[in-house]
Design a protein. Sequence first.
Length: 483
Amino acid sequence: MKTKNISINSIALVLLFTCCLTSCDDFLDVKPKSQIESTELFGSEAGFKDALNGVYIKLTSSSLYGQELKYGTLDILGKLYYSVGSGNYSYINSGSYNNSGAAGIGNAIWSNAYNAIASLNALMAEMENADPKMFAQDNYNVIKGEALGLRAFLHFDLLRLFAPSYLVGPDEPAIPYVTEYTYTVTPSSTVSQILEKVIAELEQAASLLKTSDPIATGRAITSDDDDGYLLDRVFHFNYYAAVAALAEAYLWKNDYTNAARCANEVINSGKFSWTPVDNIATNEADRDRTFIPEQIFALQIDNLDDYVLGRVYGTMQYNVTFKFYSTGLTTMFPTATNATDWRRTYFFSNENCGGSYYYTSTKLWQEGMTTSKVKRMPMFRLPEMYLILAECDVPHSAQYVEEVSNHRGNNIKITSTDEGALNDAITMEYVREFMHEGKLFFRYKRINSPQMFTGYYFRKANYNTANYVLPLPNEEKQFGNRE
């Protein structure tokens, strides 16, 4: 087997474009056995849009942002839950990543992410040969910018999971950065090299989108002149999504100047606003659980109800898997500072939790909700930009944390200047604010924290920092010569 010069992402290149498109029947009329000729698919602007829509659908799978890279594996790695049930998730929770079930989840994340990357590579290869005249107005740059941005962001998430942090090992081997639709094995790059490629492609994407994306240019879009593709830019990797991703990437590199520059650009754009309490303190069906006015980029996940049911919320026939304990919630939302925090008031329930002291977050509740409030998975939101600034602008760190907390019903004033206390304050806002959004683990890993908040009381506990790195799939190590 070792003589075969092929890797998982190479195998994906053989299968991906047809496999991905067969799952996208809402967008494509697929021929029998998925034998799609590129000249047919990419013979018009609509074909490129359809192909890109196919990638977005792939991202919504349960192995990616429909579950594992949000409230599933990532939040379990961040020790957010008191209980994760038995089986594969319990192995992930304990750091037993080589258990076959846990490894299977990691393998699925890896292969599905590289499948999506391969689709993007095929699309971009065709764009290089396409006649720009077939695209209306600035749509060539919009589509190319989105594809570049998504490719960079997917590599970034793979880097953050399967390689050491930049702080710990910038020169350590990391992952392959695949930019061509080819059968050739792509060699691994170092952490630093991958991060540089991520930043370079995100900057290129931002440059393309800044002068073409309607969210940045103000170009008027109607369903008549663009078939509705560009109407709601929040559901696409838009210009400000590229800038927000750059803020994360620069922060991962400890480049605080550029991270702050990008975070400030998003904040100062005026495109995103704090969610008013009236959108929350309303009846259950109309509650804006995912903070829609703050969403910079979100995915529409049609199967979200199926994914979350029994995991983060339940009905009478379900007990939820991912649970909080009442004592831990008291630590998350201490009476002295967060007694009026409406994230605690409106986003937790002890229904169907297997006991009165168990709770679940209702942030992703879908059942019975108003249509406009469901099927949304935030990828970037406004408060993250403030918490990035809290790390980049240390003299004003407290005020950025206060900005987030006070827009959630609190009236706190942080007076401590102790670095450890401020770090804890930032971390706890990640806990409270990004529940089910997968941000907490990356916060811990980026600073190589030797402790995590966890357990019955949700207090600090020692953490084995070796567990910050998920192992590469065995097939990738064997066939990709990455042992």
